[in-house]
Design a protein around this ligand. Sequence first.
Ligand code: ATR
Length: 347
Amino acid sequence: MRLTAIRREAKAATVRAENEKRFRALAHISLCTWRRVPYKHGVSELSARSIDAGTRYCAVYGHPVRHSASPAMQNAGLAALGLNWRYLGFDVHPESLPSAIAGAQAMNFIGLNLTVPHKLLALDIVDALDDSAKLWGSVNTVRFEAQGEQGEWKPLGEFANAPRKVRSRGFNTDAEAVARALREDLQFESRGKTVLLLGAGGAGRTAALKLASAGVAQLFLVNRTQSKAETVAKEIGRLYPEVMLDLGYPPGKVDLALNATSLGLRPDDPLPFAETHFALHDAAAVFDMIYRPAETPFIKLAQAAGCRTANGLGMLLHQGARALELWTGQPAPTAIMREALQKNVYG
Ligand code: ATR
């Protein structure tokens, strides 16, 4: 018996030594090429190995959060930047949000992303609001900051040791991500364009305001609950009076039809628009904020009608990429982050 145990231990020691050698070899390989290394233990083991007492943390808070692709995307970005940082996901009950933010602040976290249902709640929790959070009325990114020698607030990532006084600052990177995704994935530039926007919930309101601020000429707003569309229309009328606004479907062609409703998430959902009132071949481009599934019935119909199409994955990418830039002060490696996102979401 003892002999078997000794043999087993000797074998385990050999395997450990071999793994150690592999890790050392991998440490010399550029981070951008590590995914091509044929390594049988996988990337998560490699990452876990290098966590140490100097590792810094970012996280996404949601409720629920299990579905979130942000950890996959952000950890790929952090690895590509060569940072000894990790990005985690926490299911935080809305009632615990103040203490969860305070906890991250106390533990020298770099920053947070907030997803449903925390984005509005955080407005009253963070210590300071960036103009973007004030403008778009929600917080999807928190950056922890401390004061430099001149008293200026700087990202916590720039401090090696935990400063005594840290503040949380709320940003919104969602709105800018809509514009960037439309530009990159659909070659759509807002200025002077006509848009049919379906949905006036949180995402619809943000898209409407962003499109208006980016110079859209005419906006048609459609929402199941008319009063919400009216509220958004009023807000746009006040802030961007130059935009022509209509509540209802357009009589003719539009440059873009955008789905900001949740219709399409479930296989048995109806289309997000009434086919009796609008035909998709009257839209030059179609964007669906939904990215899971990759092709909703709305997108499939648009493809069949010959429209340029894109789903919401680019939005998810760009809101995260901007958050990473706010935390690191470096350009985000968007190609690597997009690849990680695609792999995580679509397998
Ligand atoms: P988000 O923050 O993702 O925008 P939300 O604020 O709950 O989420 O908004 C969901 C959007 O999908 C709203 O425009 C909603 O319409 P209502 O304002 O009338 O609720 C729309 N939506 C959800 N379920 C719908 C359904 N069955 N039919 C039509 N629209 C629906």
